[in-house]
Design a protein around this ligand. Structure first.
Ligand code: GMT
Length: 382
């Protein structure tokens, strides 16, 4: 199939999922066309039949703000027409599903371009609820040929918050469990924890919903019981506040801010525990990547996290903001080697058995095939 994929190209989880999906589909013999305003961050190698089409933004002085929805729709029309796309799969509803709807309508007289929208999280639970977006998001979801969400939590939220009557299929996020496998790099481990301290990790884009200050507070409590170090991978608006808090609590020496990272499997492989105390998380892709590297996760009980982290088996979940309990669970796990090994194995097993790329990508393939089988006859040949 010839598949167009639109996503945010930056560090957000939806862009990562979209890019990994495109790469996996290309490996399975499909032709993939990424359409975005910049090269998706994980599109590091163009192996397979992969194309990238950059959306050009008009700089006309009359426009005080970028007309991205329109430019994107035009690029979608162009790519779908000249590369004869079968399917356009957009990730994150705003504004991608709206641009795709416009493109679909423009092409309708000559081509029945199938439109799949995957909902990822804040497009539905936060930004989409703003009054300026809500009617558009609801309309775009309703007009897509197929809609998927990355967790049952998000599916239910979309049904209830937008009063959506149509079917939304849950297709969970996935991980390449061969790439994300524990391969310990002793040199890196010793650089972070020279005395054999435990290594706690947090990976995020440091937005308020990730509650990075909670990570620091939990670590403060762990460190009082167990010699440990904290790695913070990623960057974003809350980084300075988090650095300040680490200094105020007197633990800056034990915290390593790594900034944005592309070689996560190596970093995760050195880690003993991941903390994800998020306030909103429809799935928690970073937690899955950690689990695939045999790292147990202590998270909040928010959103789709309980669908991923099995309490008492692959990690623990605690009430949002309950740093004491999160620390208690972490200490329990890190101070009992036998328990840690069991949780670590369970985490890996769950990633491999439920969320492996080779299990999930065929579900998307099947969806595309189903959409194409429903093709109507284009108006021009009726
Ligand atoms: O929160 C982020 O990191 C960005 C956001 C996005 O859409 O780029 O992530 C959402 O999608 C990810 C991939 O499906 C999920 O793993 C995240 O849980 C979800 N974030 C939220 O719901 C806050």
């Amino acid at each position: 199939m010839k598949i167009g994929i639109t996503c945010y190209p930056t560090y957000g989880g939806s862009g990562v999922v979209a890019t990994e999906l495109g790469k996996a589909l290309a490996q399975r013999g499909h032709q993939i066309h990424f359409i975005s305003y910049a090269l998706p961050i994980r599109l590091d190698s163009m192996t397979g039949d992969v194309f990238y089409h950059e959306v050009e933004m008009s700089q006309y002085p009359l426009f005080d703000f970028p007309l991205y929805t329109d430019s994107l729709a035009s690029k979608m029309v162009d790519v779908a027409k000249y590369h004869d796309l079968d399917v356009l799969h957009v990730h994150y509803a705003i504004p991608h599903a709206t641009s795709a709807f416009i493109a679909k309508q423009i092409l309708a007289p000559s081509k029945d371009l199938k439109l799949i929208t995957t909902l990822h999280g804040t497009d539905v639970t936060l930004v989409g609820l703003e009054p300026s977006f809500l009617p558009l998001v609801k309309f775009s979801i309703e007009q897509s040929d197929y809609v998927t969400s990355v967790s049952q939590f998000l599916q239910m939220k979309t049904y209830t918050m937008y009063n959506i009557q149509r079917e939304i299929q849950v297709i969970p996020n996935f991980v390449d469990t061969e790439k994300y496998a524990r391969r310990e790099n002793l040199e890196f481990k010793l650089r972070i924890a020279p005395q054999g301290e435990k290594i706690i990790i947090h990976v995020s884009n440091f937005r308020a919903v990730k509650r990075v200050p909670d990570v620091i507070r939990v670590f403060d409590l762990i460190r009082k019981s167990i010699p440990s170090k904290l790695i913070l991978a990623g960057d974003g608006p809350d980084r300075s506040e988090s650095e300040k808090l680490a200094r105020e609590l007197g633990l800056y020496e034990d915290v390593r801010f790594l900034g944005k990272q592309t070689h996560l499997p190596e970093i995760l492989s050195a880690s003993d525990l991941m903390l994800m105390p998020s306030q909103s998380e429809s799935f928690g892709l970073s937690a899955l990547e950690a689990m695939s590297c045999s790292v147990p996760v202590v998270s909040s009980s928010i959103g789709g996290l309980p669908e991923l982290v099995v309490h008492g088996e692959t990690g623990y979940i605690a009430e949002l903001g309950d740093v004491q309990r999160m620390a208690k669970y972490a200490i329990e796990l890190l101070s009992d080697d036998r328990k840690w090994v069991m949780f670590s194995q369970n985490a890996r097993k769950r990633a491999v058995e439920k969320f492996d790329v080779n299990l999930v990508v065929p579900i998307y393939e099947k969806l595309y095939e189903e959409a194409l089988n429903e093709s109507r006859i284009p108006l021009s040949v009726k």
